[in-house]
Ligand binder design. Structure first.
Ligand SMILES: Cc1cc2nc3c(=O)[nH]c(=O)nc-3n(C[C@H](O)[C@H](O)[C@H](O)COP(=O)(O)OP(=O)(O)OC[C@H]3O[C@@H](n4cnc5c(N)ncnc54)[C@H](O)[C@@H]3O)c2cc1C
Length: 470
């Protein structure tokens, strides 16, 4: 049976009023425990706020752990204009380390993840990206939140936010029925802007010309990969590997034999901390939106079919993969792009490529504009000038018209093109960190989040180890 079709006509029916369990009252409620949520929760707690983090799954990490998105992209500027791939190490290298531009909670988290044996330290060897183990990351996240004294509730799906007096009350669907957590400030780290939209914020979806978003990708890990066998093959067949990507002849052969119908232009895999394991970022699911339940069902169905075709291709055609097998796929398909909430400022491509330094900057980024074609194969990659970085203003975290709700991570305010750069995990940690600090200062001063001076947020961020260089 195919997944359930979306009704052609949407008919709405009223529901009975219901009761909910009032679970807690707090200063800051962070909804969504991905990179942005971890940054926000620790940042707010370190600035003195009482913090609760609510997450729909039973672990933290967001895309990093639930969708198996690895590696963490670089937190340095790029000292070379383009990626080159070293086919031997299976990593994009030679991007060079310029200057470190993301610190704070991100650094604290990575330091612990490395100590826990869950990540490879960034270096020229790793191309300054960070390969990590998602299972170890789950525990690292818990322990970081424990030591920051952040309280949390798992298996809570935020459905709605209600404004009551000075508080924002978020209603969660749980196995215990509806549960409410009341807070002075709520930080929306859901990736999709679920809280901001429920509070009445405006949002945009997709690119200007046709509203299409970047494709979704169901990622997976392959085990029993024989690195040496693969390296031998690459060494003997240098023509198979040009620039970042490779395996051209094998892909052609398998496609002609009817064994492979690749939805993207290439096979992309990344090294993990384990020698016999690879992370594969290769499925491509088009015309699906991460805020539509019917699209979700189609995406999961297609993603799983594509994984098995790709894994079979690797096993059958590519030396080094003979004994390989799929260890694990994401709990869900990875969403690159959904809603972008309209904030007090909308970050643009020009801000990124002209490496603009805003007076109210709260985070830095150097990742290129990276748009996976919403319509099919092809990826647009536009780099910043060498050794440069852009900044994100505090205003991108403040939804227009809405008070006491802040944005962080991939749902902050920006254009489709700018989003393709600031969506990556280290930058999501950094915008989360800033939102957490702003929320805590708002509670401490008894002022609205929009009235907190950027300089106060910057000073607290610097105190907490963030990097805000001009
Ligand atoms: C296929 C793919 C490949 C990528 N590759 C890379 C890469 O190599 N390196 C890199 O750095 N970045 C990469 N990214 C980008 C990156 O993973 C995300 O943009 C980043 O994780 C965004 O962080 P976030 O915290 O905003 O959102 P998420 O990571 O999506 O976290 C959101 C969290 O909120 C929770 N949540 C959502 N809705 C609710 C709700 N209503 N109630 C309660 N909880 C909720 C979710 O369960 C999740 O834990 C990739 C993304 C994809 C999809």
């Amino acid at each position: 049976m195919p997944p359930l079709e979306k009704p052609t006509e949407i008919k709405k029916i009223p529901l009975e009023p219901r009761q909910a369990i009032m679970a807690a009252q707090t200063d800051v409620l962070v909804v969504g425990g991905g990179p942005a949520g971890i940054g926000a929760a620790v940042g707010a707690a370190d600035a003195g706020a009482k913090v609760i983090l609510a997450e729909r799954y039973g672990f933290f990490g967001g895309n990093a752990t639930a969708a198996l998105v690895t590696p963490l992209m670089s937190s340095y500027t790029y000292s070379k204009p383009v990626y080159k791939r070293d086919s031997m190490s299976l990593l994009p290298i030679d991007i060079g380390a310029g200057r470190k531009i993301i610190g704070g909670v991100f650094d604290q988290f990575i330091k612990k993840l490395i100590e826990d044996g869950g990540a490879v330290p960034p270096s020229i060897e790793t191309g300054y990206v960070i390969p990590f183990d998602p299972e170890i990351m789950k525990l690292t996240a818990l322990e970081i939140l424990d030591s920051a004294k952040v309280s949390y509730l798992f298996h809570t799906y935020a459905e709605e936010v209600i404004s009551r007096n000075e508080n924002r009350e978020v209603v969660f669907a749980t196995k215990s029925g509806s549960v409410v957590i009341s807070a002075r400030v709520v930080i929306d780290c859901t990736g999709d802007g679920d809280i901001a939209v429920s509070a009445g914020a405006d949002y945009e979806i997709g690119r200007n010309e046709d509203g299409r978003v970047q494709p979704m990708t169901l990622m997976f890990r392959m085990g029993e990969f024989d690195k040496h066998g693969f390296e031998n093959y690459v060494r003997k067949n240098p023509g198979q590997w040009k620039g970042v990507y490779g395996l051209w002849d094998l892909i052609k052969e398998a496609t002609e034999a009817g064994d492979l119908e690749l939805q993207r232009e290439n096979i992309l895999f990344f090294k993990t901390p384990h020698e016999k394991e690879l992370s594969v970022n290769c499925t491509r699911i088009l015309n699906v939106l991460g805020t539509d339940v019917w699209d979700w069902s189609r995406a999961e169905y297609q993603g799983r079919k594509q994984i098995h075709q790709i894994a079979d291709f690797l096993k059958k055609y590519v030396p080094g993969f003979e004994k390989s097998y799929v260890i694990q796929s994401g709990v869900h398909t990875g969403v690159r792009e959904s809603r972008r909430i309209v904030g007090e400022y909308k970050l643009t491509t020009d801000d990124i490529l002209s490496v603009r330094k805003f007076d109210d900057m709260i985070a830095c980024g150097s990742y290129p504009i990276d748009i996976h074609n919403p319509k099919g194969s092809g990826t647009t990659l536009v780099h910043l000038p060498v050794n440069q970085w852009y900044t994100i203003p505090l205003r991108c975290l403040i939804p227009k018209k809405i008070d006491q709700v802040l944005l962080a991570g991939r749902c902050i305010s920006g254009t489709h093109e700018a989003h393709s750069s600031y969506r990556i995990m280290p930058i999501s940690f950094a915008t989360g960190h800033a939102a957490g600090v702003c929320a805590a200062l708002s509670v401490r001063a008894g002022k609205l989040t929009r009235d907190i001076p950027a300089i106060d947020v910057q000073n607290e961020l610097l105190k907490q180890g963030a990097i805000l260089d001009r």
